[in-house]
Design a protein around this ligand. Structure first.
Ligand code: AMP
Ligand code: GLY
Length: 423
């Protein structure tokens, strides 16, 4: 079977490594992939947003199954186009991917169907937004409606910061069209949990929970990033919380999307905050998270391709989805300077005996050598019986990997360990 994976980050590397465990898989193509993925798949230089070329490639190469991993091609309708060309896919169609593509859509959906989330006001007029901010409770959260490379959310600690955020989005158009409409949202507090789920539009099967570390600096300081590390499972996500989320959030969301004529198939990612008033949705993503995938998929004991196909075929209820009763930790090694500007082109050294535990993101091959080419360069992942061991082992891997200016957080999993010790 010939498989094609659209995307080129650490998440896609994790998906590819897992898919290859299926013995029927004869060939895997990554579009565009990256220098590290090249060790596990044939990389094809087609951009993940170039939907026409992706469809042509799938047709010309008789691809049997496609996985569309990143948000932008999903929102652009890559799955629709591939399915119309007769290629079965993992991922939602554009009319369902809007759950991530438009925050205004997702807020309306949650309000209409009584799904718990932060209270909000929606604005397409800048003056009205600025007027509302004069009396809005502070801190407040300003969100651009559309995709903004993960940067469209601003937590404003003061009224001035909130005002600046609105001006940047609506007057200066920092996020282009994405900021033409904005959401101004109640500031919530509590532990955050990421829950990725498989769904075929009828059944929803949550994967093992995880915890991301979004800020660049130790102790959650500094700028927001795409994610500097993850652990799974997330100790705050107890069985009682999981049951409450299934009843009040997961099933209602899948049912709401059906009722709207926007059946969601693929990976639906729930970004949750466990507030004093119960779990609330912070965000939906229409795809696997990065770097959540790098800790979740290695714990999957069932065959990934079989589960993915069940989401396409609507047979998820009859398909086993089993996770190991173990712990995983991923530490991201980034280019020094990330998430601001950083130099590229430094050679990366990874000992051969740990390559299977390394998920490569921002790296390319130059003259046969792996060199840095992006902000988040790679993730080092370990699986162990206890969280403490997984963390120690992941950092031991980091010690064996080198490139000039390598930067990583030193406290991935520390908060999760503290939560375990409290219980
Ligand atoms: P997002 O890009 O939607 O994942 O948001 C980025 C981060 O902003 C989240 O992971 C939260 O830490 C934070 N955030 C988003 N919405 C809220 C909110 N209503 N209250 C508090 N923090 C929030
Ligand atoms: N790590 C967060 C995300 O993938 O959106």
């Amino acid at each position: 079977m010939k498989i094609m994976v659209v995307g080129g980050g650490g998440r896609e590397h994790a998906i590819i490594k897992k898919i290859k465990e299926n013995k029927d898989v004869t060939e895997v193509f990554a579009l565009p992939g990256n220098g590290g993925i090249a060790a596990d798949a044939t990389c094809v230089p087609i951009k993940a947003v170039d939907v026409d070329s992706i469809v042509d490639f799938a047709r010309d190469n008789a691809i049997d199954y496609a996985v569309v991993a990143p948000d932008d091609p999903l929102v652009l309708g890559c799955v629709d186009a591939l399915e119309e060309a007769g290629v079965p896919c993992f991922g939602p169609r554009a009319n369902a991917a809007i759950i991530e593509g438009s925050k205004v859509f997702s807020k309306h959906l949650m309000k209409k169907y009584g799904i718990p989330t932060a209270a909000c006001e929606i604005f397409d007029d800048m003056d009205a937004a600025l007027k509302y901010l004069e009396t809005a409770p502070i801190p407040t959260v300003i969100k651009a409606d559309g995709l903004a490379l993960g940067k469209g959310v601003i937590i404003a600690q003061t009224r001035d910061e909130a005002r600046d955020a609105v001006l940047a989005m609506m007057r200066d158009k920092t996020f282009g069209k994405s900021g033409e409409r904005i959401v101004i949202e109640e500031f919530l507090t509590g532990p955050e949990v990421s829950v990725l789920s498989f769904t075929d539009g009828k059944t929803v099967v949550p994967m093992v929970s995880s915890m991301d570390h979004k800020r660049v600096g130790d102790n959650d300081t500094g700028l927001n990033t795409g994610g500097m590390g993850t652990v799974a499972p997330n100790p705050y996500y107890t069985e009682a919380v999981a049951a409450e989320c299934m009843e009040k959030i997961f099933l209602p969301t899948v049912n709401a999307m059906n009722a709207e004529g926007r059946t969601f198939k693929g990976c639906l990612y729930f970004g949750l905050m466990l507030t004093a008033d119960g779990p609330k949705v912070i965000e939906y993503n229409c795809r696997f998270g990065d770097p959540e995938t790098q800790v979740v998929l290695p714990l999957l004991e069932s065959d990934l391709l079989t589960v993915m196909k069940a989401t396409t075929n609507g047979t998820l209820a009859e398909t086993e989805v089993k996770f190991a009763d173990k712990n995983a930790c991923c530490v991201i090694m980034a280019s020094g300077g990330y998430p601001s500007s950083y130099p590229k082109g430094f050679e990366i050294t990874i000992p051969a005996d740990i390559e299977d535990k390394v998920y490569v993101a921002g790296a390319e091959l130059k003259d046969g050598k792996l060199v840095t080419s992006g902000g988040r360069v790679l993730g080092a992942v370990d699986i162990a019986d206890t969280l403490g061991e997984a963390i120690d082992n992941a950092y031991a891997l980091v010690d064996k990997i080198s490139f000039e200016g390598a930067y990583f957080r030193h406290d991935i999993g520390r908060r999760a360990m503290a939560a375990l010790e409290e219980n």
